[in-house]
Design a binder for this molecule. Structure first.
Ligand SMILES: [Zn+2]
Ligand SMILES: [Zn+2]
Length: 284
């Protein structure tokens, strides 16, 4: 069994990710336009009809704008916690709401099965109504998805430890945020316990809690104003090198582009180099 992953967009302008097999898949978050989602999938040979579910991490606009359209217009079920469903119902940024028939309520720590995908949501500290990350098993492959996270908890460590493939937030460079024109209150919200993770925090966390089977890390939700892809990449790369990991050999690392979609990554537990060739680093 192989898994395929695409980042359609990642950052405060909108987030959307695809994870699937050869024949079907799911979306995680849908915060970009429906036309873009359809276009990116079509260009990569993925039929919209093969999308079996949308899983939502939290109810901030950049993650949910199009969730209602996918549910109403394309009849796709939407999975998330009851609190996030309620938050989406109240949210002004969703012109279309999730139809009741497509509302699927999931619980943190409890596995939901979509064909071969075994998906467990877990608690994430952030300032949405409620916030989750996802740990997804497909055969022997684990994919762990964490965006918009204020700080690392023991629960987060527990799920990251199992990961072969990891999406982790590296939102801001601490120096850039401190020197930014953002009002102090906003700076404090971003760097606070329920805000976002900095490049340094992401790197430190991975160096201190290196998952034994980790193959690839994608850094996500990079700030447009307070980060640069190369800064995020080098900060996390240095942290990994400080514990003796060789980037491109032991683990692959990539900073996800904010507004442009990636290629399809083929993820497999067994291949030494799942997509061959030299390490690619995508900068927006
Ligand atoms: Zn966000
Ligand atoms: Zn958020």
């Amino acid at each position: 069994m192989k898994l395929r992953f695409i980042s359609l967009a990642s950052g405060s302008d909108g987030n959307c990710f695809y994870l699937g097999t050869q024949s079907y898949g799911i979306l995680i978050d849908a915060g970009i336009g429906i036309r873009t989602i359809k276009k990116v999938l079509r260009e990569r040979g993925i039929a919209l009809e093969s999308i079996l579910a949308v899983f939502v991490t939290h109810d901030h606009a950049d993650h949910i704008r199009t969730v209602g359209n996918l549910s109403e217009g394309c009849n796709i079920p939407v999975y998330t916690t009851d609190t996030i469903h309620k938050g989406m119902q109240k949210s002004y940024c969703m012109t279309k709401k999730v139809s009741p028939v497509n509302r699927r309520i999931i619980q943190k720590g409890e596995e939901t099965i979509v064909r071969d995908l075994h998906i467990t949501p877990f608690e994430i500290p952030h300032d949405g109504s409620d916030n989750v990350g996802y740990s997804i098993w497909c055969g022997n492959i684990n994919f762990c998805f964490i965006t918009d996270i204020g700080h690392i908890t023991d629960t987060v460590k527990h799920y990251v430890a199992q990961s072969h493939y990891l999406i982790l937030e590296a939102n801001y460079d601490e120096q850039m945020l401190a020197n930014s024109s953002y009002p102090l209150q906003l700076q404090m919200r971003i760097s606070g316990d329920k805000g976002h993770l900095s490049n340094r925090e992401a790197g430190q966390f991975l160096a201190d809690n290196y998952p034994p089977h980790l193959r690839h890390v994608w850094l996500c939700h990079l700030s447009r104003e307070n980060n640069r892809p190369e800064l995020a990449y080098h900060t996390v790369a240095s942290a990994l090198e400080s514990i003796g990991k060789s980037i491109g050999q032991d683990v692959r690392l990539m900073a996800l582009p904010r507004t442009s979609p990636t290629i399809i990554f083929e993820l497999s537990e067994h291949d030494a180099h799942p997509y061959g060739g030299t390490m690619r680093t995508l900068f927006d």
